[in-house]
Design a protein around this ligand. Sequence first.
Ligand SMILES: NC(=O)C1=CN([C@@H]2O[C@H](COP(=O)(O)OP(=O)(O)OC[C@H]3O[C@@H](n4cnc5c(N)ncnc54)[C@H](O)[C@@H]3O)[C@@H](O)[C@H]2O)C=CC1
Ligand SMILES: N[C@@H](CC=O)C(=O)O
Length: 339
Amino acid sequence: MSLRIALLGTGQVGRALLARLDARTDLALVHVANTRWTQGAFEDATVVIDATASDAVAARHADWLGRGLHVVTANKLGQGADLARWQAIEAACSASGARYGDSATVGAGLPLLRSLRALRDGGDAIHGVAGVLSGSLAWLLGAYDGEQPFSALVRRAQAAGFMEPDPRVDLSGEDVRRKLLILVRAAGIALEANEVALEGVTTPRLLAATTPGDIEHALPSLDAGMRDRFHAAQARNTRLHLVARWDASGARVGLEALSNDDPLAGGQGTDNRVALHSARYALRPLVIQGPGAGADITAAALLDDVLTIRNTTALQRSASIRAGASEKKLSIDCGRLIA
Ligand SMILES: NC(=O)C1=CN([C@@H]2O[C@H](COP(=O)(O)OP(=O)(O)OC[C@H]3O[C@@H](n4cnc5c(N)ncnc54)[C@H](O)[C@@H]3O)[C@@H](O)[C@H]2O)C=CC1
Ligand SMILES: N[C@@H](CC=O)C(=O)O
């Protein structure tokens, strides 16, 4: 039976997903909505795809899962916000058996969560996570040369589809905090958001802006500070990177000046680079690197999760049919033995 999809959000990621869904005959799109319009019947869906950045939509994830609807999300506010919301999502999945597809939430589908969970399933214990988890900040800090205005680069990153609907979510490091929380919680640690220290790229003027127009006008307030920080790092033969770290000593997200041979300084463009430290990888960490932002790769990750849900639920169905068949055969055999 094909999955019936409700898609919430038709922005950069949602539109890229619609283009991919259009090419598939095995998945039925029954409902599409954004903030302005809605089409089709949500009640007909068996899987909800959240391609919004909405807190209100993320707040519904646990409820949908509890009712047996599968949820596939690019929105990090399900597992990367309040601890209680993450716990409710976990509990709802266990209670109903519905699946939560979250590959797109960290690394835009890079095999980060998948690898971490595979290590845990194999009995490994994760001791630390360190990495560059913002595709847009990786791109911005890689392209910045201390000459052109930093704000001009931010506008280019927005146009390229790397940044959150509100660019301050990326610039402040909040987007990376959410990703770090998702990874650390997937490692089995009940980390609270306020346990992650945060130091991003902002100014009081940018933080005070209340409308998209104000935010746009406030972007140049970043320029002087970024130029100074860039030149200070350059004078020490280093470059700025937005780095997330969690280990036994705590969790933080902040700008760090790294030398070019630092293990976290590799990659280019929007590349994320994440080191997983575990009992198994005690001497040298497991490092995963690749493009970590962009509407199309994010849409591909959402589709991967939908197809994984379809394939695993189909496998479970056929396994239970096989189990039923073998139970019946066994009782017949037993009857013959008794006779
Ligand atoms: N752009 C990227 O590289 C990546 C984005 N993501 C995540 O994907 C999500 C979407 O990002 P974009 O497409 O760039 O944002 P966007 O701002 O282009 O689109 C957001 C869409 O959500 C809709 N929306 C908002 N509230 C809604 C509601 N209550 N019900 C239905 N629709 C609603 C808006 O109308 C809009 O269509 C975000 O959570 C983002 O963090 C995740 C990984 C990578
Ligand atoms: N805005 C995010 C997009 C992916 O999550 C980023 O810059 O990494």
